[in-house]
Design a protein around this ligand. Structure first.
Ligand code: CA
Length: 443
């Protein structure tokens, strides 16, 4: 389906002329592996331009092999050449992926960085500096300006930190590394990035991105751009790198079209009663506010009466010993932007703080020792050894590991909060060493 971004007049003739002129200016690189000298008949078609590639030969093979797939999706040989000429693989990608802060940093440290006093102050300056722009977007899309500015701050510190990777190098590296479900996604993004180069007047060197391939002031992935990018300043182009209006309008468009509910909060902080059934504390389990109230859930700040049919899901980012939130549909809409609950929480809290709402009231278990990556992998392996499917033993504690841990806790009669504490790892270690030992009920 053609989305709005794609309907923007791409000025194909001008682009093609510019590209041709640009290509003519670059001396075509020597073919690294020229065929043995043969006489080519005058009628033979010109051989394809082959980009100079560097680094791992496997990477180079991948890029050359990707040409056919790209051309089948409408990418021209010239675009493919322009995108990949001079490209080399991004080193250390495996480590970069493993250190994503959303997955490895405890929530209170992640929040400290995301919602720092400095960022709240800067966010308020941006609210005031871009008041007219934000009012217009809010009016049109129904997404609060504070949420938009919070996303802008979280993604690139208000456009000041937009990434420095070559988008084609980083996406090709991810696609080449493959081996998991990330490969197909990276290939789709790579095609979308090539089409973006082809349809808009950008140079490849201007298309800088994060290691993940997200670009511009609000860090859109190429496929997200093709679905949700809009022209916010009315100049006929969509430029998320240089136009704050385009970046914020596109972010609002994404949230609106993913189901943002105008006038609804993202979440409220709550307290849970003693003896609460922790199995229900899961973003996948939604109940009405009345039902949560009947279970003894209470709003901390009484900003929203816990009553009525509105559906909400409980989120306990640090398990039973930290803050708890009833999250609404808008929380999951923010997760469409970046699929991490810690990210959505930070965006919401930052937006609240911009409105001078109080910070999170509950204390975090900040004195608990943190699990290292090796310990997180050990926890995953121990769960698997005991028959609980904890996913890949990669040290990233995602939904699958938490679900496995919760199941384990539940079967052992423990508080089933799915939180990977040091005490829980020690318990798992002990049990994994004695697999024959029948499950004992913990005090
Ligand atoms: Ca524009």
């Amino acid at each position: 389906m053609l989305e709005k971004a794609m309907r923007t007049p791409p000025k194909p003739k001008l682009s093609a002329l510019l590209l041709a002129a640009w290509l003519a200016g670059c001396a075509p690189p020597p073919n690294p592996a020229p065929p043995a000298a043969v006489s080519i008949p005058m009628t033979a078609p010109a051989p394809p331009l082959l980009p100079v590639l560097r680094g791992d030969p496997g990477f180079q093979d991948f890029v050359r092999g990707f040409r056919e797939q790209a051309l089948a999706r409408g990418v021209t040989p010239q675009t493919w050449f322009a995108a990949f000429n001079g490209v080399e693989p991004v080193g250390g990608m495996g480590e970069i992926i493993a250190e994503q802060p959303e997955f490895v940093r405890p929530i209170w440290r992640y929040l400290d960085g995301a919602v720092s006093a400095r960022r709240i102050k800067d966010a308020k300056i941006m609210l005031s500096r871009h008041a007219d722009l934000l009012a217009g977007i809010e009016e049109k899309q129904g997404v609060p300006r504070e949420i938009l500015v919070a996303i802008w701050g979280m993604e690139t510190d208000f456009g000041t930190s937009i990434g420095s990777y070559n988008i084609f190098a980083t996406l090709a590296t991810r696609a080449w590394m493959g081996g998991d479900q990330r490969q197909a996604g990276a290939e789709r993004e790579l095609i979308a990035a090539l089409l973006l180069l082809q349809q808009q007047d950008f140079k490849p060197s201007q298309m800088v991105a994060s290691w993940a391939g997200a670009f511009g002031q609000t860090q859109f992935m190429p496929t997200t751009f093709s679905r949700f990018g809009v022209d916010g300043d009315g100049d006929g182009k969509i430029d998320l790198w240089h136009s704050t209006a385009d970046a914020l309008a596109s972010a609002a468009n994404l949230l609106a079209r993913q189901g943002w509910q105008k006038g609804m909060p993202w979440a409220v902080e709550v307290t849970l009663p003693k003896g609460f059934d922790w199995q229900d504390a899961d973003l996948g389990i939604e109940k009405s506010l009345s039902e949560w109230r009947a279970r003894g859930v209470k709003s901390v700040f009484a900003t929203l009466p816990l009553d009525g049919d509105i559906k909400a899901a409980l989120y306990i980012p640090a398990g039973a010993h930290g803050a708890a939130f009833l999250t609404f549909a808008n929380f999951k809409v923010i997760m469409k932007y970046n699929n991490a609950a810690s990210y959505a929480l930070s965006v919401g809290v930052l937006a609240d703080r911009m409105m001078d709402r109080p910070p999170i009231k509950a204390a975090w278990p900040a004195k608990d020792p943190l699990l290292s990556r090796a310990q997180r992998q050990r926890l995953q392996a121990a769960l698997a050894g005991l028959g609980f499917d904890s996913g890949e033993h990669d040290g990233l504690l995602g939904t699958r590991t938490r679900t496995a841990l919760r199941l384990y806790q539940s079967q052992r009669g423990l508080v089933a909060d799915g939180y990977p504490s040091m005490a829980m790892l020690e318990r798992l270690d002990r049990e994994a060493e004695k697999p024959a030992n029948p499950a004992s009920k913990a005090p």
